[in-house]
Write a protein that binds this ligand. Structure first.
Ligand code: NDP
Length: 451
């Protein structure tokens, strides 16, 4: 039995239903890093895997708030502080009804390796709440954020744990969270990233993840000897922060993104997505994508109710490059088959783990360039770290400076992943390259710091 199989057996017994997605992420990593574990016994000797897959602590708390009708509402808040071997805990907050401990453990675990891979001095964490921001007034969002921070502030700090945004948590929510933290602690610390620019945010933080995914893809295509994205049809899922900025960067470099989607349905606009309209619908009016076709009669809107089981219609549109940017497990094996049949050359994960393991295996077996989330969507955390640097030194960097550092960071990550894959005999496998490079750096730090 291989080292990977022994490790996996050990963890399978411990994973319940709530941990399913966490286990999926863990299993992928363990199989990936098998060549490293086999080539160097020190990782087993120091019990690195056993230690790495257990969070340092899981903080769970009650959040009580009042809605606009003075009804008392109760939600659950979490912060999973996973690993701080490389620096203070760092990772986003997600507000979504699906949030539970298992999802946050999966996201926190991925975050450790992503942050390690970025080469930056930050550890891994994730947090959030089962609170649903949809349909809530601005005041309700504010009251929830205040109540959430009343508890969370006890566990975070600029050198301890620096949360950021994720699904359901953008500049507005970070602003309210920061305001409450400041009120409670009387200190003006860079304790959250993704802050609005006016009070300590970095230029380009909102754009960073989507832009970074495109920069990564350009570099990967170059390294793999493929044609660039210029003039190519691209498909994107999601219509949030990551998806919209991936669409924006694709348009800036001369590609043609033709799709987007939200939790209600998807848009296919063969002439290219109308970015300005998309921003108005999602960032200003916070409404459904079905509104898009009211001004673009030639575009197609397909509601989720018309999706075939286990097929996401975004991945059935012929494209050169695909960018899943909505949520986990949104691109399954049948979708991967559709992409392959339609001649897709690359798939880049903007969201966290949007592709199922079966989809990844199928894409890789057909030599599709596949950029995994922990490498391709590291642009957000990279600019978050730039925000921490700016806050600590009381500086404000220009848009151009942040953009060029982001591009350089994404190119470096891509090259590091490609070279690591080559070094460990899995050339062209960006999943294994990312997992090995990310694991190695954090594992070496854990060994150096003792148990
Ligand atoms: P947003 O909340 O801004 O957008 C999420 C988008 O995905 C929305 O369009 C939403 O639809 C859609 N969506 C959410 N859940 C589902 C679902 N179950 N089925 C279909 N569509 C869904 O989030 P972000 O863009 O910030 O995050 C997207 C992904 O990227 C997540 O996986 C996140 O963890 C990851 N990520 C984000 C980073 C960041 O900097 N923001 C950094 C790194 C990773 P609707 O509009 O209807 O709500």
């Amino acid at each position: 039995m291989s080292i990977a199989e022994i490790e996996i057996q050990k963890f399978e017994r411990e994973s319940g239903d709530v941990n399913k997605v966490f286990y999926q992420a863990m299993e992928e990593v363990i199989y990936s890093i098998a060549p490293l574990l086999e080539s160097d016994p020190k990782y087993s000797k120091y019990g690195i895997l056993e230690r790495l897959v257990v969070p340092d602590r899981v903080i769970k708390f009650k959040v009580v708030w009042l809605d606009d009708n003075q009804n008392i509402k109760v939600n659950t808040g979490y912060r999973v502080q996973f690993n701080n071997a490389l620096g203070p805990y760092k990772g986003g907050l997600r507000f979504h009804p699906s949030v539970n401990e298992g999802i946050l453990k999966f996201l926190g675990f991925e975050q450790i390796l992503k942050n390690s891979l970025s080469g930056l001095p930050i550890g891994g964490a994730k947090g959030g709440s089962d609170f649903d921001p949809k349909g809530k007034s601005d005041f309700e969002i504010m009251k929830f954020c205040s109540a959430f921070m009343t508890e969370l502030h006890k566990y975070i700090g600029p050198r301890i744990d620096i949360p950021a945004g994720d699904i359901g948590v953008g500049g507005r929510e970070i602003g309210y969270l920061f305001g409450e933290y400041k009120k409670i602690t009387s200190s003006y610390d860079g304790v959250l990233t993704g802050k609005p620019y006016i009070f300590g945010g970095s230029l380009m933080r909102p754009e960073a993840t989507g832009y970074g995914a495109v920069y990564f893809t350009e570099k990967m295509l170059e390294l793999e000897g493929k044609e660039s994205l210029v003039g190519k049809i691209c498909t994107v899922s999601g219509a949030g922060n990551v998806a919209i900025h991936a669409i924006e960067k694709l348009q800036q470099i001369g590609a043609i993104p033709v799709t987007c989607s939200d939790s209600q349905g998807m848009i296919y606009d063969s002439r290219g997505i109308d970015l300005e309209l998309l921003k108005v619908l999602k960032f200003e009016r916070r409404t459904s994508l079905s509104e898009y076709v009211k001004t673009h009669l030639e575009a197609q809107y397909t509601p989720c109710s018309e999706y075939q089981t286990n097929i996401h219609p975004v991945w059935d549109i012929p494209c050169y490059a695909a960018f899943p940017c909505a949520t986990q497990n949104e691109l399954c094996e049948a979708d991967a088959q559709n992409l392959i049949t339609n001649g897709c050359v690359s798939v880049t994960e903007g969201a966290n783990m949007p592709s199922t393991p079966e989809a990844v295996a199928l894409l890789q077996s057909h030599k599709i360039c596949f950029a995994p989330a922990k490498a391709a969507n590291a642009g957000g955390v990279a600019v978050s770290e730039f925000e921490m640097s700016q806050n600590a030194s009381m500086q404000k960097w220009s848009f151009e400076k942040v953009d060029s550092k982001l591009k350089e960071t994404m190119q470096q990550i891509c090259t590091r992943v490609a070279l690591t894959a080559k070094d460990y005999g899995v050339e062209g496998n960006y999943v294994d390259g990312a997992n090995i490079a990310g694991f190695k750096r954090v594992a070496d730090a854990m060994i150096a710091e003792g148990i």
